[in-house]
Design a binder for this molecule. Structure first.
Ligand SMILES: [Fe+2]
Length: 213
């Protein structure tokens, strides 16, 4: 066996080791490294939005979803060294370099100098922070729901810099520019994507009804 490995060129050997990650595998790796329910909810929200965009663009929905799910895999364990550890974690599991790169590029300008180039990378970069603003905007509605959240309501919160102050509006704007889409469209698609996972992440609320508080 050792002899066979020695006769195979290194790069080819690495390709054999690479594989197409499954959603189940991504979930297992994520939950090995992330315990925080809010960070898991964020991962699920980003996955759902990535899947929405993939369907819209007729891209590989599973791949886009899996990258969305795993993108913050090292954040809880290494908040001050975010994305410095994710590549090693993914490589250890034999993930392809394309996936490693896609994950690393979502921290462009803040944690890495890897710029988003592919459609998948640009989308992840653009919607990562935006899912946080959409979730926060949904939570303060009487319905506490993302299901009936209008784009204009998110735009209003966008302008209120004190609201969800941790959400970096500049990164989202940069992402919209990369994707060459208006901010309104990006917000509308992010809301649409999050509806699919609303129940699981606690954003189903009581649309159409009245708040009990
Ligand atoms: Fe994130």
């Amino acid at each position: 066996m050792e002899k066979i490995a020695q006769t195979i060129p290194f790069r080819y050997y690495m390709n054999i080791m690479d594989h197409k990650p499954t959603r189940e595998e991504a979930w297992t790796i994520l939950t090995e490294h992330v315990n925080s329910p809010s960070l898991v909810s964020h991962a699920l929200a980003v996955e759902a939005v990535m899947r929405h965009f993939a369907r819209k663009k007729s891209a590989d929905e599973d791949l886009w979803g899996i990258i969305g799910l795993i993108h913050d895999v090292d954040y809880e364990e290494h908040p001050d060294e975010h994305l410095r550890h994710a590549p090693e974690i993914l490589r250890r599991h034999g993930w392809p370099e394309e996936s490693v790169r896609a994950v690393a590029s979502h921290g462009w300008g803040l944690f890495t100098d890897i710029a988003p180039v592919t459609d998948l990378e640009k989308t992840l970069f653009a919607i990562d922070e935006l899912t946080g603003l959409v979730a926060a905007a949904a939570r303060v509605r009487p319905s506490r729901s993302v299901m009936d959240l209008p784009v204009k309501s998110v735009l209003k919160k966008w302008k209120d810099k004190g609201f969800a102050a941790g959400v970096d509006r500049k990164v989202i704007e940069k992402g919209a520019t990369l994707l060459e889409v208006p901010l309104e469209e990006l917000i509308a698609d992010t809301i649409e994507g999050m509806k699919a996972i609303a129940e699981t992440i606690g954003l189903k609320g009581n649309p159409g009804g009245t708040s009990s508080t």
